[in-house]
Structures are given as structure tokens and as C-alpha cells.
Design a protein around this ligand. Structure first.
Ligand SMILES: [Zn+2]
Length: 301
């Protein structure tokens, strides 16, 4: 068995240089080809370099060769961001039903649960970052491509309302393919619902930090992800409403290579900061610190 592993390692060690010419788009996903022994090694989907999974974990799932920020599950993100033992989950029992009798939806939900270890595409709760309390919502692309249905919208709305009531800052980590088509208009109305809740938080002077992670598109990009008082993105994260191909076909023009990346959005005024994953936690703590006053109430109005 060990012989096999080493043979495979040798075989793949030559791949990076060959791969360099075939530039993959950031949209192509993070799933490594399965020929590599799962759990031991990972292949970067951008540069093709092979890394030990343990090393990659230590590096917060950022490729040590090219700096590509790989996608994180909501639980990994919470573990990486919040102070140890401080997270208290909200609404863990809120799960999707099939309001429109959409063919195959119930089965698909079950598959997504098994695949991701999550019950929905967002985990919400409260905790501390560098000792500063905040309400957080963390989306997960590995559950139904982070799509927003009724439950995602409801959990996010409740988190916003809790932040408003408790006068705590709010941080939402977004990643999404858009509204969940299996719930049709019920998904689309979550855009208005979450936006209205954010408007009420804003009226009270509450702080909302939106963190854009790869990819954040569709209805999520066009609602709460874009409404942060401060909008931070991870390097290379795709952030936009419609997909590149759809836009190119509609306007009949070729778009720049870096179109819809975090860096492109920063240049065009859609973001406030692009922050490396290694500095994200400290940056969030700093922003929370700047907005806090004695006694922990940050709402100055
Ligand atoms: Zn890489």
C-alpha cells in the first residue's frame, strides 16, 4: 500500500509545470482529482501543486505555492475565526422542508446533509473574536452550493435581529451560488427579507461586516453580501451577480481575466479591503475593537 502511495506521489510531482499553461479559472472549484489518496494529500486546483493535507490545514487551506484560498466548510471557518469555546449556535434545528413539492428536492437535501455534515447552507450564532463579542453567520458552499432557500434566509434574518436586539456587531461570511431554485419565489423573497432586517440594524446604528469568500454570486451577492458597512473579501474570491459566460454572451464582449475577482472588485469600489486569510481574524478583531465602547455596546448611533 505504501509503495502505491509513493508511486502516485512521483507521478504527480511532475504535474505543476505542465499545468501552468492550462490556467484554470477560479470558478473551477477546489475539488482535487481523486487519484490522489484522499485525506493524505491535496492538489491545488489553481496551480496543481501537491501538498500534505496536514500542512495545508496549518496553512489555513491556503496553497503554499500560489496563495490560492481554498474553500472552507462553515465549521472550519468558525473554528478558524472565533475564540476557542466561545461559539454558541442559534437555530441549529431549523431545517428545510419542500414547500413546492419540487421533484427530488427532499432526497437532495438528505444527500447534502451527508456530504457536508451540516443541516443547512448557513450556520449562525454568537461568540467572541479576540475577546470582542459578535453575532456571526457563516455560509458553506459544500451544502447545496451555498444556495439560499427559506431556511438560509430565515436563519440569517434571525441572526441580524438578534444582533439588533442585543446591540452586538454582526459578521456574515458569504459564499453562495445564489437563490435555491427548488424553493423558487420563496428563495427570492429572502433577498428582501434579509435586506429589510439589515436596514433595521442600520437604523439603530449597528455595525455589519460582510466577508466575501469564494464564490459569492447571485441572490446572496445582490442582497446582504453587498450591504456591509465594511465589506472585506478573501484574495481571489469570485464576487458578482451573474456568471461570466452569461455576461459575455449578453454584452458580446470579452471580459478581463480578473473580472469578478476580489481584487477587480476592490479596484472598482465594490469592496473596502482584500485580506489574506492569515490576517482575517486579527483584522476583524481590530474592526470590532475600533467600534466598541466601554461596556461592550458598540452602537453609538
Ligand atoms: Zn496553488
Amino acid at each position: 500500500m505504501f509503495k502505491d502511495l509513493f508511486q502516485k506521489k512521483r507521478k504527480y510531482a511532475t504535474i505543476p509545470s505542465e499545468r501552468l499553461g492550462t490556467s484554470q479559472s477560479p470558478q473551477s472549484g477546489d475539488r482535487p482529482k481523486r487519484e490522489i489518496p484522499e485525506g493524505l494529500m491535496n492538489k491545488c486546483s489553481r496551480c496543481g501543486s501537491i501538498q500534505y493535507s496536514k500542512e495545508l490545514e496549518k496553512n489555513l487551506k491556503v496553497c503554499s505555492s500560489c496563495g490560492h484560498h481554498m474553500r472552507l466548510n462553515a465549521l472550519e471557518r468558525i473554528q478558524m475565526t472565533l475564540d476557542e469555546g466561545s461559539f454558541l449556535e442559534y437555530d441549529a434545528d431549523l431545517v428545510s422542508v419542500d414547500p413546492l413539492d419540487f421533484p427530488g428536492y427532499v432526497n437532495k437535501l438528505e444527500q447534502q446533509k451527508l456530504k457536508s455534515g451540516l443541516r443547512e447552507a448557513v450556520v449562525t450564532g454568537e461568540g467572541t473574536i479576540g475577546g470582542f463579542p459578535a453575532v456571526v453567520a457563516v455560509m458553506s458552499f459544500d451544502f447545496f452550493t451555498g444556495s439560499m432557500g427559506s431556511v438560509v434566509g430565515e436563519k440569517i434574518t434571525r441572526a441580524i435581529e438578534t444582533a439588533t436586539e442585543k446591540r452586538l456587531p454582526l459578521i456574515i461570511f458569504s459564499t453562495s451560488g445564489g437563490a435555491r431554485m427548488q424553493e423558487s419565489i420563496l428563495s427570492l423573497m429572502q433577498m428582501a427579507k434579509t435586506s429589510a432586517a439589515l436596514a433595521r440594524l442600520d437604523e439603530q446604528g449597528g455595525l455589519y461586516i460582510s466577508v466575501i469568500t469564494d464564490p459569492t454570486t447571485g441572490g446572496v451577492s445582490a442582497s446582504f453580501a453587498m450591504l456591509g458597512d465594511i465589506i472585506i473579501a478573501e484574495p481571489g474570491a469570485v464576487f458578482g451577480f451573474a456568471g461570466r459566460i452569461v455576461i459575455e454572451q449578453t454584452i458580446r464582449q470579452k471580459l478581463p481575466d480578473d473580472f469578478q475577482t476580489a481584487e477587480f472588485n476592490l479596484q472598482h469600489g465594490q469592496l473596502d479591503m482584500v485580506v489574506h486569510r492569515k490576517e482575517l481574524r486579527a483584522t476583524l478583531a481590530q474592526v470590532l475593537d475600533l467600534h466598541s465602547v466601554k461596556g461592550g455596546v458598540n452602537h453609538g448611533g
